[in-house]
Ligand binder design. Structure first.
Ligand SMILES: [Zn+2]
Length: 85
């Protein structure tokens, strides 16, 4: 099919691909991004061990790591402050 000549078929092709994805063998690999607070994306986990957690390591993965790091640093500061009291 020549899509440049018949672009009207494109939405149908996408809908068909989406339906195949949701009814096919890949459904057990669909994941919701672990960054629930800021991200609503669903991704297809194609990693070998199926341990992927984020839609994108560059976006949500890094943000979550930074947030966890800051939270640990805050805790350390709080404990340090109590220790010197
Ligand atoms: Zn995400």
């Amino acid at each position: 099919m020549d899509l440049s000549a018949d672009a009207g078929a494109l939405p149908w092709l996408l809908a068909d691909a989406g339906a195949r994805l949701l009814t096919g063998t890949m459904t057990d690999r669909l994941r919701r991004c672990a960054n629930h607070d800021a991200c609503v994306l669903v991704f297809l986990d194609t990693s070998r061990n199926r341990a992927r957690r984020w839609c994108s390591m560059e976006m949500c993965g890094n943000r979550s790591k930074v947030a966890a790091h800051e939270s640990r640093a805050r805790q350390r500061r709080a404990q340090g402050a109590r220790a010197t009291e």
